[in-house]
Design a protein around this ligand. Structure first.
Ligand SMILES: Nc1ncnc2c1ncn2[C@@H]1O[C@H](COP(=O)(O)OP(=O)(O)O)[C@@H](O)[C@H]1O
Ligand SMILES: [Mg+2]
Length: 219
């Protein structure tokens, strides 16, 4: 799926505080299947931008189009259907549910259909090299293993777009690079559009395009 934005603006306001302008007019055009690395210093607005593109947050003004369809950020039902059907998200922290085992965590986004989709979950576990760990609890895994489970969970609905917000920022470099390569390979294979926030020049080089953000603007 392709993503387009027009003059995207995000401000935060609070009574008795000056307004914070986080996104200052973002115009973006990401092609279907394109892999984009989003870079820039901390506080630039990268997370804010991909949360909005991932339909988890709404812009103050401006427009987002996914496959030419304008997103209506007021329609929560439509947003959640769109997220469930088309979008995967990987965060810097894994956010696995502590009381559920590995395979259950992967199935969380599709819980109602879990019996139908369990084969795909097992397949993803295989791709992640975690087949023998499916009954383990999150705390029994290393950081890299936990993040691979989070990646499998993000992929369980075969998303057309995958967003990753510094997905390996908490991992050592070697483990991080392995997971990033896995993520890139899967997106290539499935023609998934990928937007990944990263500080790694190395990772950015393997993307189709690098975007740099500074102080709420793309440069
Ligand atoms: N709820 C909020 N209220 C006020 N400011 C916020 C809020 N959330 C984020 N910000 C501000 O938005 C700016 C961009 O944050 P973020 O998108 O997380 O940047 P990045 O991911 O590039 O580090 C920061 O200056 C941050 O303080
Ligand atoms: Mg961030």
């Amino acid at each position: 799926m392709k993503i387009e934005t027009k003059n995207l603006i995000k401000n935060y306001s609070k009574p008795k505080s000056p307004e914070v302008c986080v996104l200052k007019g973002i115009d973006l055009n990401i092609k279907s299947g394109e892999k984009v690395a989003l870079m820039g210093p901390s506080g630039a607005g990268k997370s804010t931008l991909i949360h909005i593109l991932g339909l988890m947050d709404a812009p103050t003004s401006g427009e987002v189009f996914i496959d030419d369809k304008k997103i209506d950020y007021r329609d929560n039902n439509k947003l959640s259907v769109m997220r469930k059907d088309n979008i995967g998200f990987v965060f810097q922290f894994h956010y696995l549910l502590a009381d559920f085992n590995v395979i259950e965590n992967i199935l969380i986004p599709v819980w109602k259909d879990k019996n139908k989709i369990i084969t795909r979950a097992e397949e993803l576990l295989g791709i992640m090299g975690l087949t023998s760990r499916q009954k383990h609890m999150p705390h029994e895994l290393s950081g890299g293993e936990q993040q691979r489970v989070a990646l499998a969970r993000a992929l369980i609905n075969n998303p057309k777009i995958l967003f990753a917000d510094e997905p390996t920022g908490n991992l050592d470099r070697k483990t991080g690079e392995k997971i990033e390569k896995l993520m890139f390979d899967i997106c290539t294979q499935l023609k998934t559009t990928l937007v990944v926030v990263t500080h790694s020049e190395e990772l950015a080089k393997s993307a189709d395009r690098q975007l740099k953000m500074i102080d709420g603007k793309l440069i």
